[in-house]
Design a protein around this ligand. Structure first.
Ligand code: FAD
Length: 521
């Protein structure tokens, strides 16, 4: 008889481990005696990475599926609302060089390609400002909803900025107390196979052997099971994405009423960029850079200079944490009965905060396609590997897009980024097409693409990419519909600017009164 998959063992207690454990436990009733058993083993000797503060809107449905109340999440994780990213200095490096990649799709996006009509107005109005309302909300520091909007529902699409350390604590408490996840605090010292080469059990320092049917490797950069035990090769993508080092800092606000930015700010530097993330309690600020193009000392100087306007001379004494980044991913993610999630599977610079969303997508697929018996494990593994290899490639294309369109020539970093040798072929082909027509749904093969053609439009046209206006006349109905949507956006923007609270006001309201209960809109 085929061996049933009943006990899932997750190794690692960072965000990847707890999100995976929680989603599997919630969907497979780990809390009942007849449900799937979920065990999470976490080393007391190795802490989680503790950075990673920007999420996608997908986190709303993940939290909701886990059964976490949004009010508790906002209060306990010092969370604030993120409506996208503002890119400063990426195109020309001039003072006015700013564009937004908001989370909300362009108006009428399912049917009407507004980018086509916007081309005629491109010298007058920025793309994001014309096709939606969200860049205006961000520019005014407004929240994406009102205090009376129910939990997880939105007026404008949003994700979060959060304190990664506090998030792990909340997830752990919720998974163990409400979802039936068993937590073992112990260091895994060895991984043991059965006669088929499947993992049979782990050796732990104090608890001895832990057996399981499926093992999820969430051990971060260590990649203990997939990388070290199975020796699945790491595919470096440093030839495409040069960033390999981070310096992270925590920056206090001037006072408790300081404004909270409604988007992540990514500011280009000479050999990388600085992230700036506004939580309710502080800012998370960090410099990611290419060690082949600058020194640690020069990168530190740029980071301290960035912080200085808000902190003055204190910026010189703020503690910095250095983290090495190896851009790339494993050659496969699921091997035998072991699947890697989170940084054990791979990592790329956090330019579009794509790490946590890959954790959510991986955990969701494992949970939804959880094999009933060992017989079907290879089939699910094959599908998982195909899907996620495709996703890593698409993320790399999209991150590289931010660099290849620059007109900056002020350092080797920007010049080398424009070298065609460093551009994935797939991206080069798309860019060739988009010189003659705007990106659209048909450019991407899957319904569940990580980045849609809308994201490409925001970055392309934010970076000044020139698509030649079509020589062919367009249907009158299309032109009229686009004009109607542009006018509607202007009207809606005025209403929202008048009706939404600031991000800080919204957070204060939630901390004091909470949000009305509700489901994801
Ligand atoms: C500079 C930087 C900025 C980032 N910014 C973002 C962002 O804005 N948005 C985003 O989505 N992501 C971001 N990330 C990524 C994000 O931090 C991670 O994807 C996320 O925290 C998940 O990490 P993890 O759980 O995979 O690994 P970790 O947090 O490193 O957890 C590893 C776990 O494995 C355990 N472990 C290791 N060895 C053993 C062993 N032998 N036995 C038992 N347990 C073991 C450890 O105890 C730990 O609990 C960023 C990352 C970096 C480096």
């Amino acid at each position: 008889m085929s061996k049933p998959v009943k006990r899932i063992v997750i190794v690692g207690g960072g965000a990847a481990g707890w999100i995976t454990a929680g989603l599997i436990a919630a969907e497979h009733d780990a809390v009942s005696d007849s449900g799937t058993e979920v065990i999470l083993v976490e080393s007391p000797d190795v802490g989680p990475i503790g950075v990673g503060e920007g999420t996608w809107p997908t986190m709303r449905s993940t939290l909701s599926k886990l059964g976490i109340c949004e009010t508790d999440f906002v209060r306990q994780c010092d969370a604030s609302f993120k409506q996208g990213t503002r890119f400063d200095g990426w195109h020309t490096g001039a003072a006015e060089d700013i564009y937004y990649h908001p989370f909300t799709l362009p108006s009428g996006y399912m049917k009407t390609n507004l980018a086509e009509s916007w081309l005629a107005h491109r010298d007058r109005v920025p793309f994001a400002d014309a096709v939606g309302t969200q860049s205006h909300l961000c520019a005014h520091g407004l929240g994406p909803k009102q205090g009376a909007t129910p939990e997880y529902a939105a007026v404008a699409n949003y994700g979060y900025h959060l304190d990664a350390g506090k998030f792990a604590v909340l997830l752990q408490k919720h998974c163990t107390q409400s979802l039936g996840v068993r937590h073992v605090l112990d260091h895994v010292t060895a991984v043991n196979n059965d006669e088929d080469g499947y993992i049979a059990f782990l050796d732990c320092k104090t608890h001895g052997p832990i057996e399981g049917d499926l093992f999820v490797d969430c051990t971060g950069f260590a990649s203990l099971l997939l990388g070290k035990h199975y020796g699945i090769p790491f595919v470096s993508r440093k030839n495409n994405l040069f960033i390999d080092t981070a310096l992270a800092a925590q920056v206090p606000y001037a006072d408790e009423n300081s404004p909270i930015e409604s988007q992540t700010i990514a500011t280009a530097q000479s050999s990388g960029w600085i992230w700036d993330i506004g939580l309710s309690s502080r800012r998370g600020v960090g410099h990611v850079y290419s060690s082949a193009h600058t020194t640690d000392a020069a990168a530190e100087r740029e980071l301290r200079a960035y912080i200085k306007p808000s902190l003055g001379t204190e910026s010189e004494s703020i503690t910095l944490r250095k983290i090495a980044i190896n851009p790339g991913h494993r050659q496969e993610f699921w091997h035998k009965n072991c699947v890697a999630v989170g940084m054990a599977a791979g990592f790329l610079e956090p330019l579009e905060a794509s790490a946590l969303v890959m954790v959510e997508l991986s955990a969701k697929m494992i949970s939804e396609e959880l094999p009933a018996t060992r017989e079907t494990v290879p089939i699910v593994a094959k599908r998982f590997n195909e899907k996620f290899l495709y996703r890593w490639d698409r993320i790399i294309d999209f991150l590289k897009l931010h660099y290849v369109l620059t007109q900056r020539t002020d350092s080797d970093f920007w010049r080398d980024n424009c070298d065609k040798q460093s551009m994935p072929e797939s991206l080069g082909e798309q860019l060739a097409l988009w010189q003659h027509r705007v990106p659209w749904h048909s450019d991407f093969a899957h319904v569940d693409e990580v980045f849609s053609s809308a994201s490409y439009q925001y970055v392309l046209y934010g970076m000044g990419f020139r698509t030649a206006a079509s020589a062919r006349p367009r249907a009158r109905a299309q032109v009229e519909e686009a004009d109607r949507l542009f006018a509607e956006n202007e009207q809606k923007t005025k209403q929202l600017l008048a009706g939404l609270p600031t991000n800080r006001e919204l957070i204060n309201q939630i901390r004091e009164f909470g949000l009305p209960k509700g489901k994801v809109a």
